[in-house]
Design a protein around this ligand. Structure first.
Ligand code: 5GP
Ligand code: ZN
Length: 138
C-alpha cells in the first residue's frame, strides 16, 4: 500500500530524510517544512491512504492517541502551552498533499492565532434539517 509517486510515502518510509520526532512500524512523525509554529509536526502513516475516509479503522484509530503523545512531548520538550490537532481532507479543506497526515501544532501563550473561523448563525430548524441530511447519508 505504497504509492511510488507520493512524497509522503517516501518520507514516511525513510527514502527521503526528514526531521523525525517519532517512528514505529506503522507511523513516522516529522517536522513540517513550513511550520505554523516551532515544532509543527505531521503524523504520516507508512501505508498510503489519500485521506481519513480511505484509511482502515485500525490505522485511523491510532492517530488520535499518537497525536496526544506528540502534543504532550511538545509541551514538555518545547514549553508549548497547548496544541492543535488538525487534519485536512480534500483540496476545499486545505489538503495539499494527498497522503493522509495529521498536523500537531504546538501553541504558545501570546502567539498568533493559527486555527480559527468566524462563527456563523444557524436557526435550530436549519440545524435539524442539516443533521437529517447527514444522518441519512451514513
Ligand atoms: P495539508 O495542507 O495537505 O494538510 O498539509 C501539507 C503540509 O505538508 C504543509 O503544512 C506543508 O508545509 C507540508 N509539506 C509539504 N511538503 C513537505 C515536505 O516535503 N516535507 C515536509 N517536512 N513537509 C512538507
Ligand atoms: Zn503516500
Amino acid at each position: 500500500m505504497k504509492d511510488c509517486n507520493c512524497i509522503f510515502c517516501k518520507i514516511a518510509n525513510g527514502e527521503i530524510p526528514s526531521a523525525t520526532v517519532y517512528e514505529d512500524d506503522e507511523f513516522r512523525a516529522i517536522l513540517d517544512l513550513g511550520p505554523a509554529s516551532k515544532g509543527h509536526a505531521l503524523i504520516l502513516p507508512k501505508n498510503h491512504f489519500k485521506d481519513i475516509c480511505e484509511a482502515d479503522d485500525a490505522t485511523a484509530g491510532k492517530l488520535f492517541p499518537l497525536a496526544a503523545k506528540i502534543g504532550a512531548a511538545m509541551k514538555k520538550g518545547l514549553g508549548a502551552d497547548g496544541f492543535n490537532v488538525v487534519q485536512n481532507n480534500g483540496s476545499s479543506a486545505g489538503q495539499t498533499v494527498f497522503h493522509l497526515h495529521v498536523h500537531v501544532i504546538p501553541r504558545y501563550e501570546g502567539g498568533p492565532t493559527i486555527v480559527s473561523w468566524d462563527p456563523g448563525k444557524a436557526e435550530s430548524d436549519e440545524l435539524t434539517k442539516t443533521a437529517d441530511l447527514i444522518k441519512a447519508a451514513f
